[in-house]
Design a protein around this ligand. Structure first.
Ligand SMILES: [Zn+2]
Length: 185
C-alpha cells in the first residue's frame, strides 16, 4: 500500500474521536497520520518491513494506550492511542499487499511484513497487488471520502491532497524501479 493509503487509514482511526470528542479530533487524526507513516521510515534505516513494523506486538502498545485514553481522555492520551493503533495497523495491513521488493508485481518476494513474536515473515496476501496499483488508488479515495465529509479543517484538504498525490504516484509507479536503481547504484 502507498504511504497515502496508510496515512488515511490512520486518520480514519480517529473517527470515534471525531464523533464522540470532537475537541480532540484534529490532534487525534494528525497522530493517526503520523503513526501510519512512521513504520516506513525503516525504508531508510534498518530492514524495511521489519525494523519498525510490528504487526502483532504493536498492539501490546496500542491496546493499553486505547484503554488509558478511554479512561482519561486528554489531547496527549487520545493522540497516543490513535497514533499507536495506526502504527500497529500499518504493519498488519502491509500483509494484505505485496512482498518487499522493488517490482512487487513480479511477486518474487514472500516477505510482506515481519512477525517479531513468531520470528518469521508473514507472506503477502495481494488484496492490493502492489503499492500504487489501481485498487490502491480506489482504497485511498474510499478512505478519504468520510474524512472529507465529516472531519474538521484542515483534514478534508489533507485527505484530498493524499488522493491527488496517490493518483500521481500510481501513474508513474511502474516506471520508478529503474529510477530507484539508478539512484541507489
Ligand atoms: Zn510498511
Amino acid at each position: 500500500m502507498m504511504a497515502f493509503t496508510h496515512a488515511l487509514v490512520g486518520a480514519l482511526l480517529a473517527a470515534p474521536v471525531v464523533a464522540l470528542a470532537p475537541e480532540f479530533a484534529v490532534p487525534a487524526a494528525a497522530a493517526g497520520i503520523v503513526g501510519g507513516l512512521l513504520p516506513d521510515l525503516d525504508l531508510f534505516v534498518g530492514r524495511h518491513r521489519r525494523t519498525l513494523h510490528f504487526p502483532v506486538l504493536g498492539w501490546a502498545l496500542a491496546l493499553p494506550a486505547i484503554g488509558v485514553a478511554a479512561v482519561a481522555p486528554t489531547t496527549a492520551t487520545v493522540a497516543a492511542a490513535v497514533g499507536s493503533a495506526s502504527f500497529a495497523l500499518h504493519a498488519g495491513t502491509d500483509a494484505l499487499g505485496a512482498g518487499d521488493e522493488i517490482r512487487p508485481w513480479e511477486r518474487t518476494s514472500a516477505e510482506a511484513v515481519f512477525d517479531h513474536r513468531r520470528g518469521r515473515w508473514i507472506a503477502p496476501r495481494y488484496w492490493i497487488r502492489y503499492d500504487g496499483a489501481p485498487e490502491d488508488v480506489v482504497a485511498t479515495a474510499a478512505l478519504a471520502a468520510p474524512i472529507v465529509a465529516f472531519y474538521p479543517a484542515p483534514l478534508p484538504a489533507i485527505a484530498a491532497a493524499c488522493v491527488a498525490l496517490g493518483v500521481a504516484y500510481a501513474v508513474v509507479r511502474r516506471r520508478l524501479p529503474p529510477v530507484v536503481e539508478e539512484l541507489v547504484g
